[in-house]
Design a protein around this ligand. Structure first.
Ligand code: C5P
Length: 240
């Protein structure tokens, strides 16, 4: 039996899943790549649906796959599936259009972060409920980060023609995950005026001059982007 969502929940979760996923190597759309025998999107939606505050889930699928994605997710959770766009931001806008006004909180979650635990949806939603217009889950940056620019001398073949311009103070840097949470009207207003395509939705809210609050992210919310990430995710499935 398909698990039901909470009819009294105050959260809609938008899942942009229309990307090609070229960095993962050749194959179909990334959200439909298999992890331990099941598409990434199935892993992701199962965890979204297990978050108690979630009342509605909207997936933006590749236009050619809308019917297939509907069939795929029907046994997993009640999900609205719409056709995505050419850019992630457009896919989010198209999914947002399906959310009724009475749902107060909207979370945006990448299908590629397929192992994100249900608790992270709850903590992001709780911070929005507590008064933040926008909330993002973050982790400290572990690597040293350098700013680089083009080198003035020609590099030998196979060596990047870049030179270090400076070292950034990593103590003030954070890596940003999803789900990102918003008051519904804040996200709708930010998307309505968005001019340039950004890689995350909180960036649109920042541009509108509103504060974006941070909550602790999760190692399990890693973004499955490159072939090695699939290996890591499969190993994690055995220990969570
Ligand atoms: O390309 P990137 O890894 O940043 O994509 C993040 C998420 O946005 C993925 O889940 C991907 O499927 C989705 N996406 C989308 N529509 C696009 C491009 C990406 O829904 N046109």
């Amino acid at each position: 039996m398909t698990p039901q969502l909470n009819a009294r929940g105050d959260v809609a979760v938008l899942v942009p899943a229309a990307g090609a996923g070229l960095r993962l190597g050749p194959g179909g759309p990334k959200a439909l790549r298999l992890l331990a025998g099941e598409p990434l999107l199935v892993h992701a939606i199962r965890r979204v649906a297990a978050a108690p505050s979630v009342r509605m889930i909207v997936v933006a699928a590749p236009a050619a796959e809308v019917g297939a994605v509907r069939d795929l997710l029907a046994p997993v959770a009640p999900v609205t599936v719409v056709a995505g766009g050419a850019e992630r931001q457009e896919s989010v806008s198209l999914a947002l259009a399906a959310v009724p006004d009475e749902i107060a909180i909207v979370l945006v979650h990448d299908a590629a972060r397929a192992l994100t635990p249900p608790q992270l949806f709850e903590s992001v939603a709780a911070a929005v409920r507590a008064g933040s217009p926008a909330v993002i889950p973050v982790l400290p940056v572990v690597d040293t980060i350098k700013e680089v620019g083009p080198a003035s001398v020609t590099a030998p073949e196979g060596v990047a023609a870049e030179i270090v311009l400076g070292t950034v103070d990593r103590s003030v840097l954070r890596s940003v995950q999803t789900p990102q949470g918003f008051r519904h009207h804040v996200l709708a207003a930010a998307h309505a005026v968005a001019a340039d395509a950004l890689t995350d939705d909180a960036g649109l809210v920042e541009k509108a001059g509103l504060p974006v609050a941070c909550v602790p992210g999760s190692e399990l919310a890693l973004k499955i982007t490159r072939p090695l990430d699939l290996v890591l995710a499969e190993a994690l499935l055995h220990v969570i």
